[in-house]
Write a protein that binds this ligand. Structure first.
Ligand SMILES: Nc1ncnc2c1ncn2[C@@H]1O[C@H](COP(=O)(O)OP(=O)(O)OP(=O)(O)O)[C@@H](O)[C@H]1O
Ligand SMILES: [Mg+2]
Length: 229
């Protein structure tokens, strides 16, 4: 099939949670390869483990078992500072619940990853402004999060994930709470990032219309990932 090395390789990833003494085995041996330039839709029933898988892919959560390779490197072997720096430089993450900081405005929220990386404030501000304009929010830079609509907040979250020009975008239901038209504009944005900037993406979605537009679909069932093409 594909002779290239995958950009991301997931091998036999397992993850369980223990709550009040009850163990829930969420990921039960997930194998998944994602190649450079692909946009993979991750679908599946509520509670099946899509967000958990995305968090592990994004190195935000450690699997109990198995490995995640980026360009052949097993990233969970990195120590914490190296892992944090890898994450900051490689991955843009859009959370299911956007997790913007309410006391900051759109520009400041978008600048945050760049400031964390150590980019100086002026440059971070310019980069954030450029990406906010790209997502259609050039005229909302100084609105606080609470002064933005749901779709605008989601677009700020997308802008924040992109400010450092990551090679990988992981988006968890980026259009989950939006009306159809606003959702579609986010779909178009994600697709243009892939087409124009070559970004590789995994997008968790319940929206089959979006899933159909992406290069490949993977469904999570019983703790495993199955290709559904
Ligand atoms: N930190 C946690 N502690 C305990 N259980 C958790 C934790 N995170 C997730 N779970 C459990 O793991 C299962 C999978 O959760 P996850 O959020 O990955 O599902 P999901 O597929 O993203 O669902 P949805 O479509 O509703 O967003 C759920 O049953 C959830 O209760
Ligand atoms: Mg989820």
């Amino acid at each position: 099939m594909n002779n290239q090395q995958p950009l991301i390789r997931v091998t036999n990833v397992r993850k369980s949670f223990i709550t009040n003494g009850n163990r829930v085995d969420v990921l039960q041996g997930v194998d998944l390869d994602i190649y450079e330039g692909e946009m993979v839709a991750i679908v599946g029933a509520s509670g099946v483990g899509k967000s958990t898988l995305l968090h592990v892919l994004g190195t935000l959560e450690r699997p109990d078992h198995g490995e995640i390779f980026y360009r052949g490197e097993s990233v969970f072997t990195y120590n914490e500072p190296k892992l944090a720096s890898f994450r900051n430089q490689t991955i843009g993450f859009v959370f299911q619940f956007h997790h913007l900081l309410p006391e900051f405005n759109a520009l400041e929220n978008t600048m945050m990853p760049a400031l964390i990386k150590g980019v100086n404030a002026k440059e971070a501000c310019e980069q954030a402004e450029a990406i906010l304009s790209r997502v259609g929010l050039g005229n909302r830079l100084r609105h606080l999060v609470g002064e933005l609509s749901g779709g605008e907040q989601q677009r700020v979250a997308v802008a924040r994930s992109l400010v450092l020009r990551p090679s990988v975008l992981l988006a968890d239901e980026p259009t989950g709470n939006l009306d159809a038209r606003t959702g579609e504009s986010i779909h178009d944005l994600l697709i243009s990032l892939n087409r124009d900037d070559g970004i590789t993406a995994a997008v968790v979605t319940h929206n089959m219309e979006l899933a159909e537009k992406l290069s490949r679909r993977v469904t999570l069932v019983d703790g495993k990932a199955l290709s559904i093409d």
